[in-house]
Design a protein around this ligand. Structure first.
Ligand code: ZN
Length: 700
């Protein structure tokens, strides 16, 4: 059997030792500047590839080393070469075969489109000649002297900032403005450029070509990148690590020196610039670049350190295998064998990566939706849901479908299915739910008598609990001031009436008549005014009812203070309970829902209620202080200008008592209302309140 031929421009370099101790080689494709790690056996087979016959190659490898490859190993190498476009297409057949394989690898056009939309790179410049020229000038930054100086700067900066922490944090708050944001944007651009130069110069220092620098787009978010693929040529593990760490190291150095500069510089623009540079580089380094969940430096450092190229996809494969084993107990072998600790670590790493990416990318979509363009936010969200949720779930389901004949007979699979069904039911089947809140039981209709200014009790005809007929005066108050005003007004009106009567008879006084009549009208108006005021001193029962809460101090001759609550007239029969519910709960309450009221301290009987009305608008301030949490109620409020303002939107719900309040009658009570609300699936209720909490905590 004739083997396909290797492309002539491919080159082999010695690579690092693999985890199991065997040597490795790096296959370099200069046309695409791609590197492939290959093991000893593959290397040996490739070294004898020119023999052009699997059997001959196997014999040659066995003769020259301790390896014993079989013909299927040679075929596997051929497949690997074909899959990675490393072969010369010899005739049309193999070209077609290659094309088919290529398409199989690239996936559907939709997948390609999505991938290009979510991750694409724009190379902007070829920095190699420039890097070569500048390398000697930056060599000092790699010296031990610079490292020692930077460590000293770190120490000095930390001490100075610690001593001046108040000013440092105050500056941080000051920069949270649009101007500050612009400064941060500029600082990020500068720091990122230096970060990339750090990678580039270090790669160059170890003899790698740096063919391109540019901008990569990650879910439409621009990120600078440097093509340092050639580091795979470097056999020394520590040097590769140095290139990968160079960006973060550069940023850390910037952070350290900027922090020290901030502490030492006098107030002014340079100090502000130092501050912005310091905070940006500290945060960018720690929070973003060090994260191993995205394909930033942290990821590459981690995968290099573990000596596991393609760390993400290998961890994902392991986690998916683990999930299947947990759900179905198939007993399949894992995709790769590692130590127990590493297996567990990789599975947890895969789950952490999935959750991190989901949260971050959905977060970006939400931010775009809220602060920029709604339509773009929705489009981004859809794409991300497809890419990060639907696509992986779909590919996992395809595996399940393949395994279906085995799956359906596994007892463990049945148990998992039962659990899944139970959880689904929690989200689908509505359960009766109960809402509880503090409530205020009071008569439906009441008339409160408040004291007018400067009044003295003249007569107190009714006692506490008395039945007062409609129209009867509740009490009589006297006011010396008002009496004086009445005497003045009535004597003045009397005098004017007399004067105008005589003036109309006297022809000499004729011209005064009009003036007198005007004065008389004014005096009579004042008299009417005084009469109206006097009515407030003799309040009358607007309806027949029972007298409650009569101030025990009241007696004939006692002076009362203005606005004192003197007594309450209550219409017998109807009692209501007011309560306040939040937005989530109030949606489940309708007019006619039944409820129960228990007075605090469990005094009196439980009172059956029916929801009478539900407010459409949120309550701006709480009229009932006794329902606020500060007084032991259930509504969270804060005090503003003597008003109790609810912390979150609450809606008033009024419930009507279905029977007589019994021993509770006569006073108003605070207690507990339990409403039997509309039925709801508990899973959905939980999800909704969790989302509401998240939304509120994020500050939207
Ligand atoms: Zn980097």
């Amino acid at each position: 059997m004739a083997l396909p031929q290797l492309r002539e421009e491919l080159a082999l370099h010695p690579g690092p030792r693999l985890a199991d101790g065997q040597p490795s080689w790096t296959l370099h494709d200069p046309a695409r500047n791609q590197f492939f790690r290959i093991d000893w056996q593959t290397f040996s087979i490739l070294s004898h590839w020119h023999l052009d016959d699997p059997a001959a190659i196997c014999a040659a490898v066995s003769a020259h080393s301790t390896l014993q490859p079989g013909e299927q190993d040679v075929e596997q190498v051929a497949e690997f070469l074909a899959a990675n476009e490393l072969l010369q297409p010899r005739h049309e057949d193999s070209a077609r075969l290659l094309a088919a394989r290529w398409h199989g690898l690239r996936g559907s056009w939709l997948q390609r489109l999505l991938h290009h939309y979510l991750f694409f790179r724009i190379p902007l410049l070829d920095p190699d000649p420039w890097l070569a020229r500048w390398s000697p000038r930056v060599a000092w930054f790699y010296s031990a002297a610079f490292l020692r100086l930077t460590l000293f700067a770190l120490l000095a900066g930390a001490v100075l900032v610690y001593r001046d922490w108040g000013r440092f944090s105050a500056t941080l708050v000051d920069t949270l403005s649009w101007q500050g944001l612009a400064a941060y944007g500029a600082a990020i651009a500068v720091v990122k450029l230096l970060h990339e130069l750090g990678h580039a110069f270090t790669a160059r220092r170890y003899g790698c070509r740096v063919p391109a620098m540019g901008v990569a787009f990650l879910v439409l978010w621009p990120v600078a990148y440097t093509d340092t693929n050639e580091v795979w040529k470097i056999a020394d593990h520590r040097r590769r690590l140095a290139v990968a760490l160079a960006g973060v190291a550069t940023e850390t150095a910037i952070a350290i020196w900027a922090t020290l500069a901030w502490a030492l510089l006098p107030e002014g623009t340079p100090k502000s610039i130092a501050f912005v540079l310091a905070t940006v580089s500290w945060i960018a380094t720690v929070a973003i670049n060090a994260s191993p969940f995205l394909r930033f430096d942290g990821y590459f450092v981690l995968s290099d350190w573990l000596d596991m190229p393609n760390l993400h996809s290998r961890a994902f494969a392991l986690a998916r295998w683990d999930l299947r084993e947990r759900l179905f107990g198939l007993g399949e072998p894992p995709p790769e064998h590692f130590s127990r600790r590493r297996t567990l670590g990789l599975i947890l790493f895969a789950w952490a990566t999935w959750i991190y990416r989901l949260v971050v990318f959905v977060g970006i979509a939400v931010l775009v939706y809220h602060f920029f363009i709604k339509l773009a936010g929705i489009a981004l969200f859809m794409v991300e849901v497809v890419w990060f949720i639907a696509r992986p779930v779909w590919s996992e389901l395809k595996v399940w479908r393949r395994l279906w004949p085995v799956l359906r007979r596994q007892p463990r699979a049945r148990r998992s299915a039962a659990w899944a069904a139970a959880i689904a039911l929690l989200f689908v089947v509505p359960w009766p739910t109960r809402l509880s809140a503090s409530g205020h039981l009071k008569p439906a209709e009441s008339f409160v008598v408040y004291a007018p200014a400067g009044a003295q009790v003249a007569e107190l005809p009714w006692r506490e609990g008395a039945q007062v007929p409609a129209g009867a005066p509740l009490l009589k108050l006297a006011s010396p001031d008002l009496t004086l005003r009445w005497q003045l007004a009535s004597s003045r009106a009397e005098a004017l009436r007399r004067q105008s009567a005589t003036a109309s008879l006297d022809p000499l006084q004729q011209q005064n008549v009009q003036v007198l009549q005007q004065s008389l009208a004014a005096a009579e108006a004042e008299l009417a005014n005084v009469d109206a005021d006097a009515a407030r001193y003799v309040p009358v029962a607007p309806f027949a009812g029972q007298l409650r809460d009569v101030d025990p101090e009241l007696r004939a001759g006692v002076w009362v203070r203005k606005q004192d609550n003197l007594m309450t007239l209550v219409r017998p029969g109807r009692w209501v309970v007011d309560t306040y519910l939040d937005e989530q709960s109030v949606r489940r309450v309708r007019s006619g829902d039944s409820a129960v009221f228990f007075a605090d301290g469990l005094q009196g009987p439980a009172l059956a209620l029916k929801v009478a009305s539900v407010d459409e608008d949120a309550t701006r301030s709480l009229p009932d202080g006794m329902l606020a949490t500060s007084a032991g109620g259930s509504v969270l409020t804060r005090e503003r200008e003597h008003l109790l303002v609810p912390e979150q939107a609450v809606y008033r719900v009024t419930l009507e008592a279905q029977d007589a309040p019994g021993t509770l009658a006569g006073h108003s009570w605070r207690g507990h209302v339990v409403i039997r609300g509309q039925w709801e699936a508990p899973g959905l209720a939980f999800l909704r309140s969790a989302l509401a909490l998240l939304w509120r905590e994020l500050g939207f």
